[in-house]
Design a protein around this ligand. Structure first.
Ligand SMILES: [Zn+2]
Ligand SMILES: [Zn+2]
Length: 332
């Protein structure tokens, strides 16, 4: 064997391959701005069992509206599902992390690397609570663009989420909404002028509820709500904000479990009832919603029939054109 020849071949081919790869990923051109209004569910799972079984997947969702591509809560598996679905993460305008739980932040660093073209470009936004950025620093300083003078000098513009501090992303205004779940957690309302889309993130909603024995409080460890009749007291700030949006993406988690930290499909109809919401997606399903039986269609049916609002259970990999769906409902 001519080892010298093999060595030369490998050097030449490696040089060509890396130039090809750099042209494709690091020195690429900007994509055309997003023109659609859609939601793509890379994943629909929440909580630990979904994170480590990927049933349902924990990829979060991609929102396209107002000319932006916003990747919301990229959990474990995010870039894998983006690749499978041929989603170009280098065309993202922003990555949004609602709070510091694994199912919401674990895929953020990979998504940021893709958005910032292998950390060669300074482009895009990273929006996250201060706890994710500074406190626990769940997205590294490098991925927050702190290596400005090193080789990998790219990175996003970092925005620390604060209630009542709206962020303008191209033609859309994103208003963070404080959730009741962990110490630093924000859902949002994204307003394009034509359409407003709400995202609850993980949040408690029901505070007390009526039972045959009287009013009970939803407390930590109170277990499944088997004696629930109706919501008595609730998070009025959450209802106030999200009852005004056109489309709501609601992280329900389950039908009647962990209501001290999650919306549930017992709480959601109360939020939707009498609201201006025209279309609701339920997502962030605990493993118990899909195993051993798929309860999602029944959960969506329950919410829709009790609230009167069109409700769709999100499925992994589903892409929904919001304009088409709203037109089908007779909404402009
Ligand atoms: Zn979660
Ligand atoms: Zn959470």
């Amino acid at each position: 064997m001519d080892l010298g020849s093999l060595d030369r071949t490998l050097r030449e081919k490696s040089k060509e391959a890396v130039a090809w790869s750099f042209d494709r990923w690091r020195k690429r051109d900007e994509s055309a701005a997003s023109s659609g209004t859609s939601i793509t569910f890379l994943g629909t799972g929440g909580n630990p069992e979904a994170s480590f079984t990927q049933q349902p997947r924990t990829g979060g969702f991609l929102l396209e509206a107002g000319g932006i591509r916003l990747y919301v809560d990229p959990g474990p598996g995010a870039v894998v599902y983006a690749r499978q679905m041929a989603i170009d993460l280098g065309a993202l305008d922003a990555v949004y992390v609602s709070h510091g739980h694994l199912d919401h932040y674990a895929g953020a660093e990979s998504a940021v690397e893709a958005m910032c073209w292998a950390m060669y470009a300074r482009r895009g936004y990273l929006l996250a609570p201060n706890n994710v950025l500074q406190g626990e620093q769940l997205v590294s300083r490098y991925h927050q663009g702190a290596n400005a003078h090193g080789g990998y000098k790219g990175g996003p513009e970092v925005i620390s989420l604060e209630a009542d501090k709206p962020v303008l992303l191209k033609n859309a205004l994103l208003r963070p909404v404080r959730a009741h779940h962990t110490r630093d957690n924000y859902g949002f309302v994204l307003d394009t002028g034509n359409l407003s889309i709400g995202y609850t993130s993980d949040t408690n909603y029901i505070r007390t509820y009526s039972t045959p024995e009287g009013i009970k409080e939803v407390l930590r460890g109170s277990g499944p709500l088997m004696d629930f009749i109706e919501v008595a007291d609730y998070r009025k700030d959450i209802k106030e904000v999200f009852s005004k949006v056109d489309v709501l993406v609601a992280n329900v988690t389950s039908h009647n479990l962990w209501a001290n930290r999650h919306l549930t499909t017992l709480g959601l109809p109360h939020l939707l009832k009498g609201s201006r919401v025209k279309l609701c997606f339920i997502t962030h399903f605990n493993h118990c919603c899909v195993q051993p039986e798929d309860l999602r269609p029944l959960m969506a049916q329950f919410v829709q029939e009790k609230s009167g609002v069109k409700t769709i259970a999100a499925y992994d990999g589903a892409v929904h054109d919001l304009e088409l769906l709203l037109a089908g409902l007779g909404v402009k």
